[in-house]
Design a binder for this molecule. Structure first.
Ligand code: ADP
Ligand code: MG
Ligand code: ZN
Length: 479
């Protein structure tokens, strides 16, 4: 996409809302939505005289995130006050972390066209989310909803290690997948639980220094992140080619016009005057505490991948695909336990299940059926009860209503026809009606057999046993 003589450089600040039951400094609910200003109390509304108390779960979740992304954990951490005024933040400051983030110096591994690549993580710190401003459509003004104020966040700051929008997408997907595995967030991007500030610069290939970056804030869809980076890189290259300078500024991505616009606020000109938060005590963590969290981590994608290749003989491609989502991976393991056919289960996830999700514009977390249903489905194919063509139809049904596949095929009358005389009848009929194909086959065109089998499948609505069908056709054609 980007011109050959330029290189794009991207670094991400990813915000992830933690799925603790209560907010970071009070006991209000973190639940998404709700009537405006109903998940609030004097603490998260910043009434004078109130004091915050740090929710221990927030520290635990952040340490989990750090350990799962190969970070070192800071045993002497603290909170800091970041001063800025914006009407969605009633305190006029945000409690965050400045010089002692909980986690630092980590990395995650992504797959690129050139193989694996490590994206370094500079730091992960904890902070509180702000409320939300709702601009009234009738022009009566702007209303503030503080339900989100005080919802715990981690911010994951990457090094500027990414070199294309594809790498950024892979990195974001990897973080999302890890956070789903360790169950620290629902990672619902459409609800803003996972969102990224995207920093983009360009430089001539081979240049030593980075170019000046611009930043697009609060991006919450993969599609828009990719489009915005590609657009912004092109724009910067054009400016440089015209002899202009890039201004370090925050930009707004407009998905309708597919362009970025200046927000006219120079992020770097801001002075947050950070100082240690006086209302909170330091966060001191023992080795034992950290080790206990490490032990509690579930098996992560890298290790699952290795195991799927070694123990289940999945291809690298299938293994990568399955472990990319906790929902796929758990489905895979549960189904395989039942049918003992990892290869078919893996293929079904990679082809049919992924395709149907894609058609429905859903992510794997939307899957309603479990390994119980998928495992039985694969067993039914293996036993010859249904063909793989019917299995695809059963899968479609499973997306509409979760039922045991044996029940679905019974209700729909989809049991495979393996009765030789019944199939023979169909074969004779198809041969009779397709004399040209018969002649073609006899003249050496092997492809004609495929056509005849296809016709027979159509006739039986996919229910004929394919091996038997092939065998009977061949017998007749050789006569
Ligand atoms: P700030 O906190 O002011 O936004 P940082 O220096 O902490 O600035 O960087 C924020 C993000 O910007 C990091 O993810 C970093 O990787 C990225 N970044 C820094 N310099 C560049 C650059 N020249 N091009 C692209 N990304 C950059
Ligand atoms: Mg920034
Ligand atoms: Zn509260």
């Amino acid at each position: 996409m980007v011109r050959d003589d330029y290189e794009v450089v991207i670094g991400l600040e990813v915000h992830c809302e933690l799925s603790t039951k209560t907010k970071i400094f009070c006991s209000c609910s973190t639940e998404f939505g709700g009537e405006p200003n109903t998940h609030c109390c004097p603490i998260c509304m910043a009434m004078p005289g109130t004091l915050p108390v740090l929710n221990e779960k927030v520290v635990e979740y952040a340490v989990k995130a750090g350990l799962a992304t190969n970070c070192s954990i800071e045993k002497n951490s603290k909170n800091d006050r970041k001063n800025y005024f914006y009407p969605d933040s009633p305190k006029a400051y945000q409690i965050s972390q400045f010089d002692k983030p909980l986690c630092y110096d980590g990395y995650v591994t992504i797959q690129t066209d050139e193989g694996e690549k490590q994206i370094r993580i500079e730091r992960i710190h904890i902070e509180e989310d702000a409320g939300k401003l709702n601009h009234d459509e009738y022009g009566r003004g702007t209303f503030v909803d503080l339900n989100r104020a005080g919802v715990p966040l981690i911010e994951v700051v990457s090094k500027p290690d990414m070199r294309s929008s594809a790498e950024v997408e892979a990195y974001m997907r990897k973080l999302k997948s890890i956070f789903e595995y360790i169950e620290i967030s629902d990672c619902k991007m459409e609800q803003g639980s996972l969102r990224a500030d995207v920093n983009v610069s360009v430089r001539k290939k081979g240049a030593k220094e980075f170019g000046t970056r611009t930043e697009m804030k609060n991006m919450n869809s993969f599609r828009n992140i990719v489009r915005a980076i590609d657009y912004e890189a092109e724009r910067q290259i054009e400016e440089l080619e015209k002899g202009n300078k890039i201004l370090q500024e925050s930009l707004r991505w407009d998905e309708i016009s597919g362009r970025t616009f200046s927000m006219r606020d120079k992020e770097d000109a801001q002075d947050y005057r950070y100082f240690p938060e006086p209302d909170l005590v330091a966060i001191k963590l023992s080795d034992e505490y950290i080790e206990n969290i490490r032990k509690s981590l579930p098996e992560l994608p890298e290790s699952r991948k290795k195991r799927y290749i070694e123990d289940y003989e999945l291809t690298e491609k299938a293994a990568n695909f399955v472990v990319a989502s906790k929902y796929y991976s758990n489905l895979f393991e549960e189904a395989t336990k039942i049918c003992n056919n990892p290869k078919t289960v893996g293929n079904m996830i990679m082809s049919d299940i992924a395709r149907i999700l894609n058609e429905r514009e859903e992510e794997p977390d939307a899957l309603k059926f479990t390994g119980k249903e998928l495992g039985e489905l694969v067993s039914l194919i293996d036993k010859g009860t249904i063909s793989s063509a019917i299995a695809k139809k059963v899968l479609e049904e499973l997306f509409n209503e979760v039922k045991m596949p044996s029940k679905i095929i019974e209700e729909k009358g989809w049991v495979q026809i393996s009765d030789e005389s019944a199939i023979k009848e169909v074969v004779m009929k198809i041969l009779e009606n397709n004399q040209q194909s018969v002649a073609d086959y006899k003249a050496g065109k092997d492809k004609a057999l495929g056509f005849l089998v296809g016709q027979a499948m159509k006739e039986t609505k996919g229910k004929a046993n394919p091996q038997l069908l092939n065998k009977l056709f061949l017998e007749e054609l050789k006569k």
